[in-house]
Design a protein around this ligand. Structure first.
Ligand code: PLP
Length: 639
């Protein structure tokens, strides 16, 4: 049972209510003025900025929600955290190898992200992981650091292999990770043809099962990598070709968002045993790549729930270092360079989606009951009398009665004994009673569970200007939780409970599952709308996977993107502005030709003029609206 906030209210209560300190620290906080603030400062030099102020400054510039805000300094912070935590763990343990991370491009392929990773990561020689030809081409175009790794996973055709080999030839540290035995002859053949010594890795399918949502990415049922028998066949094949000296890296990936540190430890231990035995087989190795999996604490519970993790980044690094060291030391094998492919934990925090609320539908805000006709059915009379009976000791009884009479009226309507108008009056009475009971139960320090569930039973629907399918595909597809909260008005106590509906008109296009310190809940405390004032909602920690997994459902396209940083004087600088898709853009993605469409539409308008349906000047206005529509944002725009 959640303890409801007391009647006096401050921004600190709001921070608690949305669990912000637990998922947002040290990047986000709530100001005394009731705004969510983001820290745009550098390490040890905080610079807090109101996100609501950013939204109004961007609005003045003509950049409207839905909008993706990116904060480069947070990305820099995360890269530093991962690299320096490994360095610290290595130093403290007396580990003899070093750490070299790579960022898997699939987690956020946007050009700005890759450019920033290469830039911020330079001092740590942080590299990139590519799982396809386009990703490899992106990696080769942005990775200028000859000491950083470029790890090539995924299925490889000749073009892919050749590009990787050219990378080696030009002095980059490109390693081709073998995923299937059938790739080996082609790699060796192309290397010989191009006269380049390839650098090889092998992906091993561990028996350790993953955990969390991506449990099947690891263990016997995983689809990628070689099992123990195939690894030995691979070694024998290389030996046969006198090429075992090419094998430098052992890789595995147990799955993303691993919530339990025990799974991480088991995977590392098993992989290190494989590493040791491969060196005994005569492979030089030198790199152990433990893949991704470092989880993000989306719900702030610091537990092993699917949306959290029961370990900190520092603990993850220390456990990887210690597990590898222990087994290598016992076996007398030199400590390898440790590689991780952490994607989610690198970029999730740095992206925030902001959408505005267009409308709310839900329970009435007034307690006024409709006036009944004299001949109203008895059930309706009883129902409308309930509000006069409600007091703090009979809330449950009043709720039971209200549900009973409402249902009676619904049944009698189906039988033709109650009119639609009478039923409408009954529904209104019921909504007023629910609101009255909800409000009364909020004043109780420990309301009974059944009353607490009332809010979730009838949440208001907040219509948000966004597409779930485009901007939050993991929420739709796999119920991934993200922290969601208003970015302003947090010094006002929220007096409503709501869910969000997007503007795709799809019954799946809604968010009705939210983080909670005890797991998840089905509605979110929100404020009523104020005439003429925006109400902006932030969806946090969306920098990983969401931007490119999204699709064009209902032809809603990419949102606007703006990155925000501060200059030396601490002034906000809006940079890297990418305009969201226009209507013409999304239509052309699905094979329409906007020019041809304009010609067709113009012909329709011309015919209408000829038939006298519209005047020539009306045709001009209509054509203008069509052209502006084509060039406009796919989302709701205020006129
Ligand atoms: N490496 C490989 C091979 C992957 O398939 C993935 C994604 O699942 C990652 C790394 C990134 O994982 P994460 O985002 O959990 O760090």
């Amino acid at each position: 049972m959640t303890k409801l906030p007391s009647t006096s209210w401050s921004s600190a209560d709001a921070a608690d209510l949305y669990n912000l300190p637990r998922w947002g620290d040290p990047h986000y906080r709530v100001s005394d003025a009731g705004d969510v603030e983001v820290n745009l400062g550098s390490e040890g030099n905080a610079s807090w900025h109101s996100m609501a102020e950013m939204m109004s400054e961007l609005d003045e510039r003509g950049i409207h929600p839905p909008l993706m805000l990116r904060f480069g300094n947070i990305l820099e912070h995360r890269l530093r955290l991962i690299n320096e935590s490994f360095q610290k763990a290595i130093l403290e343990a007396g580990y003899q190898g070093v750490f070299k991370g790579v960022f898997p491009i699939k987690v956020n392929q946007q050009q700005q992200v890759i450019e920033q990773i290469c830039d911020f990561g330079k001092k740590y020689h942080h590299g990139l992981e590519a799982g396809s030809k386009p990703e490899l081409i992106a990696a080769l175009s942005y990775m200028q650091d000859p000491e950083a790794l470029v790890i090539c996973n995924g299925y490889k055709d000749q073009e892919f292999i050749d590009l990787a080999l050219y990378g080696v030839q030009m002095g980059l540290q490109v390693i081709l990770v073998v995923e299937t035995l059938s790739e080996v002859p082609l790699i060796l053949q192309r290397a010989e043809a191009l006269g380049v010594k390839p650098r090889l890795g092998v992906r091993m399918k561990l028996s350790t099962p993953g955990s969390g949502k991506w449990v099947n990415s690891g263990g016997d049922n995983s689809v990628f990598g070689l099992n123990a028998e195939q690894v030995i066949q691979f070694v024998d094949l290389l030996k046969e070709k006198n090429s075992l000296d090419l094998l430098e890296l052992l890789h595995y990936h147990l799955g993303s968002q691993i919530p339990n540190i025990r799974t991480i430890r088991s995977g590392v231990s098993e992989a290190t045993r494989v590493y040791v035995d491969l060196t005994r087989e005569g492979a030089p190795l030198g790199y152990l790549d433990v893949g991704g999996g470092l989880a993000v604490d989306y719900d702030g519970s610091q537990s092993n729930t699917l949306s959290s993790r029961n370990y900190a980044t520092e603990e993850y690094c220390a456990d990887v270092v210690e597990s590898v060291m222990e087994i290598c030391d016992k076996s007398g094998v030199a400590h390898p360079t440790l590689v991780t492919e952490s994607g989610r934990a690198t970029v999730a925090q740095y992206g925030v989606l902001i959408f505005n609320i267009l409308d709310v539908s839900g329970a009435p805000t007034t307690s006024e009951l409709p006036v009944l006709a004299e001949n109203a059915p008895n059930e309706l009379k009883y129902l409308s009398n309930i509000p006069t009976l409600v007091n703090s000791s009979n809330l449950q009884e009043c709720l039971n009665d209200a549900v009973y009479y409402r249902d009676e009226i619904r049944s009698r309507f189906t039988l033709g004994l109650v009119s639609l108008r009478e039923r409408a009056v009954a529904e209104r009475c019921f909504a007023v009673i629910l609101r009255q009971i909800q409000n009364a139960s909020k004043e109780m320090e420990w309301p009974p569970d059944s009353l607490e569930e009332l809010s979730a039973m009838r949440p208001d629907i907040y219509y948000g200007n966004f597409s779930l399918f485009q901007s939050l595909p993991d929420n739709w597809a796999i119920n991934q939780l993200f922290p969601i909260m208003p970015i302003h008005r947090l010094n006002e106590k929220p007096d409503r409970e709501g869910i969000f509906a997007d503007i795709t008109c799809d019954c799946d296009g809604k968010i009705d599952i939210f983080i909670d310190d005890t797991g998840s809940k089905n509605s979110l405390p929100l404020h009523g709308l104020k005439e003429g004032e925006p109400y902006n909602i932030g969806v946090f920690l969306v920098g990983a996977y969401q931007e490119t997994l999204g699709d064009l459902h209902n032809l809603f396209g990419d949102t606007n993107v703006v990155s925000v940083e501060v200059d030396e004087e601490g002034q906000r600088v809006y940079g890297h502005e990418v305009q969201g898709d226009t209507v013409a853009d999304v239509l052309s993605y699905v094979e329409y030709d906007p020019k041809e469409m304009t010609v067709n539409f113009r012909a329709l308008a011309e015919r209408a003029v000829r038939c006298g349906k519209i005047s020539a000047s009306q045709r001009k206005t209509i054509m203008q609206a069509f052209t502006e529509g084509m060039q406009g944002y796919t989302y709701f725009e205020n006129a």
